[in-house]
Design a binder for this molecule. Structure first.
Ligand SMILES: [Zn+2]
Length: 437
């Protein structure tokens, strides 16, 4: 090659180097186990093909599952449905002591164990009509989106897997969990009863559109104000629990939430009190539901609320009780949680992002979460949540779900499972020399 006659000035060269350096810094490389070459493997191709062909059956089953009532704590009928259909197909499955349905697709023992968890419970009481109506691409019924869709997706993945004869190195465990809606109970209990089993956890929950790898911390409290009370005619100038409550609510809504910190939000959801119209109430109360990604922020905001409410009660001369009397400190509960950069760098996160991108869906990683994955994140186990379909109005009677989007959501679950558990190279001879598992 000919030598260039022009030379680059040292200053320009230095500037270019610095620019390149900052570009490299901005685009941190996150490891991923997904390779498009995976789709060249016959069994994986067959499994994806099977999912497409059987999608109408998957939708039928989705409707069937939705119509089985399963309020939190009463998931038994749904659990038996899952167990029966899996058993009929020869999948090893059991219902554990907590009511979770657990099915295992065994690996060769040479890879990590990945757990997929879809909660079975709904927020809808037994007397709610769960009949599903279909309007072209939309299904409507309470619970059809949250989380019946994920249960149907999960069953479809298990069937496609076995139909195509996929053999992974690591075990893949599928769990239908109980009582997610009332505090991730079934998942947390399973993790506690099976320490060291799950190397990774994927919650099948939520809509499509992101890969959540964090944990939202919760803190709930109720402030109760009490006073002597008085008839309206004697009420002027007397301590007033309702006035204290009003001041307290206004005061806590004036707490500045730091913008430079992670997401935080709170809500006064219940207010209650008073027995008659013509007297100062002797007791009133309100609740606060406080959530933040940063456990320290949950504690700080909670303490600030306590101080403000205490001050207001003193000013008004009424008694204050807090329920529970002491909040658990989120920071203390979060001791096992991995720091954010470490959680982001685990290959599970980028693998899920890459799988979605490959299937034509944008799903940016997000440091948050309020699904069964959170129970794992809190224990320091790498975990993400993967969506079930598009849809909305969950936890209402108008709940709906978009049917076609459940197919790529299901394919994504299968591809993440295979990518993370690793294909057994003996069972699946690789077509190209570039493939490495
Ligand atoms: Zn849910």
């Amino acid at each position: 090659m000919a030598q260039s006659k022009r030379s680059v000035s040292p200053l320009l060269a230095l500037t270019l180097l610095m620019l390149l350096g900052s570009v490299a810094e901005a685009q941190e490389h996150y490891p991923s186990n997904f390779s498009p070459d995976l789709l060249e493997v016959e069994a994986v191709r067959n499994a994806l093909g099977w999912l497409e062909e059987n999608f109408p059956n998957q939708v039928e089953e989705w409707i069937r599952i939705t119509e089985i009532p399963a309020p939190s704590g009463m998931e038994g009928d749904r659990a038996r449905y899952l167990k029966d259909v899996l058993e009929a197909e020869g999948v090893p499955v059991k219902i554990d002591e907590f009511g979770n349905v657990v099915a295992t697709l065994e690996g060769t023992g040479e890879g990590p164990t990945i757990v997929f968890a879809a909660h079975m419970d709904t927020v809808h009481p037994l007397d709610v009509d769960l009949t599903v109506t279909r309007d072209e691409d939309i299904l409507r019924a309470p619970g059809v989106f949250d989380n019946s869709a994920s249960l149907a997706n999960m069953l479809a993945v298990i069937r496609a897997w076995r139909e195509a004869g996929i053999q992974t190195r690591g075990d893949v465990i599928f769990i239908g969990t109980v009582e997610e809606e009332v505090g991730l109970v079934g998942m947390a209990k399973w993790l506690e009863a099976n320490p060291g089993v799950a190397d990774m956890v994927v919650a099948l929950d939520g809509g499509l559109g992101s890969v959540a790898y964090g944990a939202l911390w919760f803190s709930g409290r109720r402030y109760i104000f009490r006073g002597e009370g008085a008839h309206t005619l004697q009420s002027r100038g007397r301590p007033h629990p309702a006035v204290a409550m009003a001041d307290a609510i206004r005061s806590i809504y004036e707490i500045p939430i730091p913008r430079d910190r992670d997401f935080a939000v709170y809500n006064v959801g219940m207010v209650h009190g008073g027995l008659v119209q013509n007297a100062i109430p002797q007791e009133v109360w309100f609740t606060v539901d406080l959530r933040a990604v940063d456990p320290a922020l949950v504690d700080e905001l909670g303490e600030e609320m306590d101080q403000r409410v205490t001050r207001v009660a003193e000013e008004q001369g009424v008694e204050l009780e807090r329920d529970p009397p002491m909040a658990e400190r989120a920071v203390e509960e979060a001791v096992n949680m991995l720091p954010e950069p470490e959680r982001r760098r685990h290959p599970l996160v980028q693998t899920a992002v890459d799988v979605y991108a490959h299937l034509g869906m944008e799903a940016p990683p997000r440091n948050t979460g309020s699904t069964d994955a959170v129970a794992a994140v809190r224990l320091g186990i790498p975990a993400v949540a993967m969506g079930r379909s598009r849809g909305g109005d969950q936890h209402t009677l108008q709940e709906w779900a978009h049917v076609p989007s459940a197919l790529p959501a299901t394919k994504a679950v299968l591809l993440v499972a295979v990518s993370m558990a690793g294909l057994d190279p003996l069972a699946h001879p690789l077509p190209g020399p570039t493939l490495q598992f």
